[in-house]
Design a protein around this ligand. Structure first.
Ligand code: ATP
Ligand code: MG
Length: 397
């Protein structure tokens, strides 16, 4: 009998004069995620986003499943509930409230703990929220018999929610969590360096959660890496795109640079030299695509290239903001998030990675930018190689 989805947000509510921009962005994201429901109407109502179907049609069970799957990926939303929407009038609120509670209670054997949670932002309604709760509990008891439930205000098995707002009231039984954060699109676009590993997809997700849409750039080393390396990243990008409107996936072939590093530079610096080259090619690609920062899945101390001196030396290669949202995470935290997002099972398939091509046996953990520049100067036409790779970046959609 649900004819509405009521969506709640949290962080946006703390915004000042530009709150409207965030709310519009959130509503757009909800609309996008529900695009397979062509008659869904999404509207902003102070402090909430409301979804209804054309002609106040009731959601089918299949449509509700779809809404649950889709809105649980909506950044900016805190939670949402399938609800019955009614005019602000106890005579109209009471029947569907009783109907919902009675059918939930009927589905359980014996006595069930139950409560009503009311919120009233409409001050013209004569009843206080406490009085609304009492009114509805009484009506439910009249229908089911008082022996069907015990009231438990703290940890009830069944909660009936009722919000009485200025323009309408909603009644609901369930509250589904959403990921929170800020709606994608309220911050500028960024470019995530996406490998096939566990970390970088999680890093992209965390930055999307802060409102920045992500394009993706992956480095491969064909013919030294197989086509499966790219196929895996394509699957990761498409999983991540479930959380945003659209992010392009770009691929760069790093093998020419890797060969030049192998043939001209000290072996122990190879990994960091690859990383500096990646950053530079990524910065060129970002500029071309109007992306305002680079994102990586680096986490302090995780591998040789992620020591403090090496991260400094890698960052020094470009004059662009590098976001490293996982810098303080340990691997288990990242794995847990990857499982939640749905990228872990894709990342966990082992395929050769671009960074392992000609990888040194003992990578340096304390490189310095000056020394690395000296190494880079040993390569004839270093910048031409980088520019050529950047010019040949392929976009996959
Ligand atoms: P991940 O699990 O994300 O691969 P990692 O622990 O393997 O991370 P590194 O291989 O040192 O760490 O990579 C650090 C970061 O550099 C990655 O998180 C990613 O952002 C970027 N990176 C590494 N390899 C590639 C690649 N082949 N293509 C694009 N970006 C890469
Ligand atoms: Mg990796």
């Amino acid at each position: 009998m649900y004819n509405c989805i009521i969506c709640r947000y949290h962080e946006i509510a703390t915004k000042g004069s530009n709150r409207g921009m965030f709310e519009r962005c959130l509503a757009e994201n909800v609309r996008h995620l529900l695009k397979t429901l062509p008659d869904a109407k999404v509207s902003r109502v102070r402090g909430r986003v409301r979804v209804e179907l054309e002609g106040k049609r009731v959601f089918t069970p299949e449509e509700l499943e779809l809404v649950k799957t889709q809105l649980s990926k909506c950044f900016g939303l805190e939670s949402f509930s399938p609800a019955v929407i009614t005019p602000v009038d106890m005579e109209r609120i009471r029947p569907p409230a009783v109907e919902l509670a009675a059918s939930a209670l009927a589905g359980r054997p014996g006595k069930t703990s139950f409560r009503v949670r009311a919120r009233r932002s409409n001050k013209r309604v004569p009843l206080s929220s406490k009085e609304i709760e009492i009114d509805l509990v009484t009506a439910v008891a009249e229908r089911t018999g008082a022996e069907k439930f015990t009231i438990d205000l703290n940890r009830a098995e069944i909660t009936l929610g009722c919000e009485v707002r200025d323009e309408f009231a909603v009644i609901y039984m369930e509250n589904f969590p959403a990921p929170g954060g800020l709606p994608v699109g309220c911050n500028p676009r960024v470019l995530t360096l996406l490998s096939g590993g566990i970390d970088s997809p999680v890093a992209a997700w965390m930055i999307m959660k802060r409102g920045s849409p992500c394009d993706f750039l992956t480095f491969h080393s064909a013919p030294y890496t197989p086509p499966e390396t790219l196929e895996k990243v394509r699957r990761l990008a498409s999983k991540l795109n479930e959380f945003q409107l659209h992010g392009a996936l770009c691929a760069a072939n790093l093998s020419e640079l890797q060969k030049a590093v192998r043939d001209n530079c000290k072996e122990r610096y190879r990994t960091v030299l690859y990383r500096r080259a990646m950053m530079r090619i990524a910065a060129m690609t970002a500029e071309r695509r109007r992306c305002h920062a680079l994102v990586t899945g680096e986490s302090l101390g995780q591998v040789a290239s992620q020591t403090v001196p090496n991260m400094y030396a890698i960052g020094k290669a470009v004059d662009m903001l590098i976001l490293r949202p996982l810098v303080g995470c340990d691997k288990l935290e990242t794995i847990r998030l990857a499982e939640e997002i749905g990228t872990y099972e894709i990342s966990n398939v082992q395929v050769p990675d671009s960074c392992t091509v000609f990888a040194p046996s003992a990578p340096c953990t304390t490189s310095e930018p000056d020394l690395l520049e000296q190494e880079e100067r040993k390569i004839d036409g270093y910048w031409q190689i980088l520019e050529k790779i950047a010019a040949n970046v392929e976009e996959w959609t």
